[in-house]
Design a protein around this ligand. Structure first.
Ligand SMILES: Cc1ncc(COP(=O)(O)O)c(C=O)c1O
Length: 402
């Protein structure tokens, strides 16, 4: 914290962060000392962006698409996103519903600024992506966590708990089906129940669909597709995962027109526009050859299988086999007990120093809630090859057993 004579704005006291970046630093530090690190902490990918997308960007630069463009995005990309996002969800969107963003993440803060008054309550998933909590509190709202229950097939939303935490001050609900870090997916009944709560209590919904197309079997569904939901839902769309474009910074808000217009106005204030040539590359991603994203999902499916198998061989750890995302949220209560740990952060540090396996823990995904007793870690398999998945989890198995 700054301690000099100049005062920083007090609102910054409410700004959170992604504490998972500290795990990257610890892993880099351990690697710099000459140790092998197995990077299960990265929510990033070690696979290249499809060549046709890269070539489209080169072409766009050569064609001089390097100046400012419209705040809401270039017309062809808005049109392509309206068609593609709509078709995959059984919905009809117009370009006016689409506001291009530098990544999916900016949609979170812009949604909150658009629909939430200071003092309003916003429900958000916990464990969940930590930026929800940060942005709600930074903009003067009250972040109200809702929770999940572990089942043999994954994590189910605690609907009773969610309903019990809706008050007259509740303005919005953040919903992340195909969830980071849980990899959970709502059943049709669960999604319907969430939609009914949103409608009955007149809530705005942010549907974070960052992993909508990062799935290995079955089909993804959007809460925006349920009756009565499209007009109250903002979809967070990103190119980051599907096209391995995390560093390009390209995404979009798909929103009811009045919300979209306000988000475009925030764009004008915040960044003027998303990088012009990057948008042309994104257009090629959506409309061009799809072999890149297909190969990417195939690679992730094989990694998922290797990671699930590796965890299955470790005494005192268990996980379901999710159909989507690239995370496993692993119950490590038994393994921690066997090794004599009560603190999951200490367990993570000891695992790193004993095996080189680096991972985030439950603590990186929102403030733990009262009554939590089970211990969890998150294994991300998007940034690690199968040989290293198998080798790293083998070392973890031997260490836990020792
Ligand atoms: C649930 C969730 N939402 C949003 C994002 C943000 O994605 P982007 O890289 O497009 O900003 C992420 C990134 O990991 C995520 O996991």
């Amino acid at each position: 914290m700054y301690t000099g004579a100049m005062q920083l704005a007090s609102r910054l006291d409410n700004l959170g962060t992604e504490t998972a970046f500290a795990v990257s630093l610890a892993a880099a530090d351990w690697a710099a000392k000459g140790n092998q690190v197995f990077p299960f902490h990265l929510g990033d990918m070690n696979l290249p962006t499809p060549a046709n997308v890269v070539e489209a960007m080169d072409r766009a630069i050569a064609d001089g698409r390097t100046g400012y463009c419209a705040a809401a995005g270039i017309a062809p990309l808005r049109e392509a996103l309206a068609d593609d996002v709509g078709a995959r969800r059984g919905l009809s969107f117009a370009p006016a519903n689409v506001v291009v963003q530098p990544g999916g993440k900016p949609v979170i803060g812009k949604f909150i600024q658009t629909v939430m008054e200071p003092g309003d309550e916003v429900l958000y998933p916990n464990p969940g992506y930590p930026i929800y909590e940060s942005q709600i509190e930074y903009h003067g709202g009250t972040a109200v966590p809702y929770r999940y229950i572990e089942t043999p097939t994954g994590f189910a939303l605690d609907l009773e708990y969610l309903a019990a935490h809706i008050t007259p001050r509740t303005k919005a609900l953040i919903y992340n089906d195909l969830q980071n870090p849980l990899s959970s997916e709502s059943s049709a009944e669960e999604m319907q129940a969430v939609a009914e709560l949103a409608i009955a209590n007149d809530l705005w919904v942010l549907s974070d669909e960052a992993y909508f197309e990062m799935r290995y079997s079955g089909a993804s569904h959007s809460i925006a597709s349920l009756p009565g939901m499209q007009d109250r839902t903002v979809i967070l769309y990103t190119f980051s995962k599907k096209f391995a474009m995390t560093g390009w910074r390209l995404g979009a808000a798909i929103a009811p027109v009045p919300v979209a217009e306000m988000i475009a106005k925030l764009n004008t204030n915040d960044e003027s526009c998303t990088a012009h040539f990057v948008q042309w590359a994104g257009l090629e991603g959506i409309t061009g050859d799809q072999s890149g994203p297909v190969a990417l999902v195939d690679a992730m499916r094989s990694r998922r299988d290797a990671t699930v198998a590796g965890v299955g061989a470790i005494a005192g750890m268990h996980t379901a086999c999710p159909d989507a995302t690239f995370y496993l949220f692993v119950n490590v209560t038994g393994a921690m007990h066997a090794k004599g740990f009560t603190d999951v952060a200490e367990f993570a540090t000891a695992a790193l120093h004993s095996t080189g396996v680096s991972f985030c823990t439950r603590r990186h995904f929102g403030r733990p809630q009262p009554g939590e007793t089970a211990q969890y870690i998150r294994l991300a398999y998007s940034g690690i090859d199968i040989a290293d998945i198998t080798a790293g989890l083998g070392k973890l198995r031997d260490w836990v057993a020792s």
